[in-house]
Design a protein around this ligand. Structure first.
Ligand SMILES: [Zn+2]
Length: 309
């Protein structure tokens, strides 16, 4: 970072790994300067830089603790007046800039800032409210994963924060629901089932946004454009909820430390999604077997005939 005039305080990766909006998602929502550059988030007095973060309301105690953590993290990063910022392209494995990675980032950025829309997508009244609540907490990274418990001091030792499903890496929400080998298996099974490629993105928030955009060539999407988003978001909610339940059962009820039963987990996902999508509109006339074998046709039958041609 140089003078910080070209760096977005919340969205650019200028301080440690990743962006601050993801690391401190709650604070980002409360920030009075969501679009600010680094340079706009403080001022220089007597030749030294001072961060000055402003919030939309007074912070509660636990939020203030997070703000302190953020302050601590950025305190060593100083603005150098008159020195231009320099970019390093970290979104590509080889560190090379490409239009493709830039484009996907830009399209994501638009989704990221729109919390109100996301909130509406999560709080679908026909869905069980505990699942909507869980999903909203998940997107804000406030569910009690082991990494979050460690951060809050509930777990003291990092070795106890290993993923409950694979026991290989730290259990944060990105790992648990997207990158864990179990999660990858589940998303791959869903991809096959829906006949589409599900793109897992850098965290749950972004994957949730991206999944709604869908992938061309999906047999579900082609026959039911108007329903696609509702269905795919319902599916997402079902998948992450089912994984969370499986994870909790493994922690709290699995004394023999058995491997998780993937087939059973996937069956539960299929079953739950069937029940919830069906509960949404009673007139859906398909049965469970149809749903499992011929999902696209089921969804097609739920859309008015004008959509079929
Ligand atoms: Zn894992």
């Amino acid at each position: 970072m140089g003078e910080g005039k070209r760096l977005s305080f919340w969205w650019d990766h200028w301080c440690g790994e990743g962006c601050l909006a993801n690391k401190f998602s709650r604070l980002y929502l409360l920030s009075a300067g969501k679009e600010n550059t680094c340079h706009q988030m403080g001022n220089a007095s007597n030749g030294s830089w001072k961060w000055n973060l402003k919030w939309r309301r007074n912070l509660y105690e636990w939020e203030a603790a997070e703000a302190m953590e953020l302050q601590k993290m950025i305190e060593d990063e100083k603005i150098s007046e008159g020195v231009p910022d320099r970019w390093k392209w970290t979104h590509d494995k080889r560190g090379q800039y490409s239009t493709k990675t830039a484009y996907s980032l830009l399209t994501l950025e638009q989704g990221e800032v729109n919390e109100a829309k996301t909130f509406k997508r999560i709080w679908n009244p026909s869905f069980p409210s505990k699942i909507s609540a869980f999903n909203w907490q998940l997107l804000l990274n406030r569910i009690p994963t082991k990494a979050n418990l460690l951060r809050r001091g509930v777990i003291k030792d990092a070795t106890e924060a290993k993923c409950a499903l694979c026991n290989e890496e730290e259990e944060d929400s990105t790992h648990l629901f997207l990158n864990c080998k179990i999660a990858r298996w589940v998303w791959m099974a869903c991809s096959k089932w829906w006949g589409t490629n599900i793109t897992v993105n850098r965290d749950c928030w972004n994957t949730f946004q991206l999944i709604g955009k869908g992938t061309k060539g999906s047999n579900i999407r082609e026959c039911m454009d108007c329903m696609w988003k509702t269905v795919v978001w319902s599916m997402w909610k079902t998948v992450v909820w089912s994984m969370w339940i499986a994870r909790n059962q493994k922690i709290f009820h699995n004394k023999e430390d058995k491997e998780i039963n993937l087939g059973k987990l996937f069956e539960l996902i299929q079953m739950r999604s069937f029940l919830w999508i069906k509960a949404k509109k009673e007139r859906y006339a398909f049965n469970l077997t149809d749903w499992l074998i011929n999902t696209a046709q089921c969804l097609k039958s739920t859309v008015g005939s004008r959509r079929l041609h």
